[in-house]
Design a binder for this molecule. Sequence first.
Ligand code: ADE
Length: 436
Amino acid sequence: MPTKMAAAPAKAASQTAVKHDVTDLGLAKAGRQKIEWAEKQMPVLRAIRERFLKEKPLKGVRVAACLHVTTETANLMRTIVAGGAEVTICASNPLSTQDETAAALVAEYGIATFARRGENKDVYYKHIHQALDLKPHLTLDDGADLLTALHNDRKELLKGVWGGMEETTTGIQRLRAMAADGALKYPVLAVNDAQTKYLFDNRYGTGQSTVDGIIRATNFLFAGRIIVVAGYGWCGRGFASRARGLGARVVVTEINPIKALEAAMDGFEVMTMKKAAAIGDVFCTLTGDINVLAKEHFAVMKDGAILANSGHFNVEIDLATLEKTAVEVKRQVRPNVDEFRMKDGKAIFVLAEGRLVNLAAAEGHPAAVMDMSFATQALGTEYMTKQQGKLAAKVHDVPLEVEDFVSNLKLSSMGIEIDVLTPEQKKYISSWQEGT
Ligand code: ADE
């Protein structure tokens, strides 16, 4: 893996008493402008912030967040602070931090922030521990690294925690595994599994932002090219449909027969990765599993093949093997593009070090879709505060009233009205006696 991640000392650190470790506080003004720009596309979150400001439902609550430090996340943090909470935030990925956003969180909004774009693994975990120093009542995760560090290394904090929230599919998988092992010690709300989250954020958010990341990194023309999509979950579906929209020939690989059938009937070519590897121009993994692109695939790829990952962790492309088998590795032939020259002379390009290409090479999902996910997060913090001590230590669904609130407000912000059931229709669909 590239090693260009050493962290330079933060400039102007003495400008603020708020605890922080960010790259450059001088970026704060620019960061604020971008955060305010994103806020314009987040009407549901804004409405919640206005209510939180008046009602202070989170008064005295300490919240530690480990999320991608983006403009959209900054608006979530502002909302939770408006509710009366004390907040710390660290990054949920070493390459997704927007340094100007991190600076603005500290210097413009007074929120303790520990995140530098390009931080190495040690700094990444140091930042998680700095966020945990708040002794949180609630934890917010995107991938479950904060919760896992708390359970493994900061057990003394567990008794003070009421609950957590998890933003992404990979994090939910980890939490369910912990719960099955009896290792999960507090209740966690599965924000990812809310319909108002995965149907929109995972599908349309990942779809657009993954295309955006690949294009920003490479300026690649999708039309007429073969794009291989590994995984046909909600994220894979979104990316496949957007790639097709740009005129690509889209190939899907799957391990699940039902999802494979769905992809086939959605009109995509479905084949094994072994076959796809030989024909693809661009490969993107969105599976949540390891070594989806591996040695046998690198061996048959075309000269110039581009590899990207949009799954949570940087494990989906076997980079260690690619590095070992390459005869030459050129870092940064363009920003976010590394070239691996193979024995037979062909080049394979890897985007964003195999990390989330949509966040590392672009700005993540657009604000308008994060509006729904983060509205659910914000209402989740209020719900978990009200439920303090009442929920079992397992993974919980987001309450239906939260989903209804978010979807109704999003619709009205889009100027869309929908029909309501007549009393006769209501009676009909809740009865069983009437047939043909
Ligand atoms: N995950 C995907 N896109 C994101 C964004 N824009 N902000 C925070 N988390 C994200």
